[in-house]
Design a binder for this molecule. Structure first.
Ligand SMILES: [Zn+2]
Length: 136
């Protein structure tokens, strides 16, 4: 690198640019004079911890919040989507299933279809494109 800079200053750069080039090389010399101990820093390649959407937003599924719960229900059969589709962690998936059953028993949610009021809600996931492939 330094060889390239000297070559640039001597041969390639015309005289008008020589002043700036010389300043650049002198600052480089100052840098090399500093000690070259490794700098403590956070790992830039550290992967972000994967979290399910309910954990990330810190949402506790509740049977009274049936609008949210209806997102995890199929609009055609009323089945609760599996974990490979919803991408929830084990705890939250179990909680969601439990709360959906509770809501259905309280008649907040239908058993065999999705409430048509909630059909146009924005989707949390795409059932056609599961996050993990199906186990069958
Ligand atoms: Zn989670």
């Amino acid at each position: 690198m330094s060889l390239l800079k000297t070559l640039l200053t001597r041969y390639v750069l015309p005289n008008t640019y020589r002043a700036t080039a010389v300043r650049f090389t002198s600052s480089d010399a100052k840098l090399s004079a500093c000690d070259d101990t490794p700098v403590e820093m956070e790992n830039p390649y550290k992967k972000e911890r994967r979290q399910c959407i309910l954990c990330k937003l810190n949402i506790k599924p509740d049977y009274k919040n049936y609008r949210l719960l209806s997102q995890f229900q199929s609009p055609y059969t009323g089945r609760i989507y599996g974990r490979h589709i919803t991408g929830l962690c084990k705890n939250k998936q179990a909680l969601v299933e439990n709360e959906i059953r509770k809501a259905q028993n309280c008649a907040y949610m239908p058993y065999y279809y999705k409430d048509k009021v909630f059909l146009k809600d924005p989707k949390l996931f795409d059932p056609e494109n599961p996050i993990r492939s199906h186990r069958f």
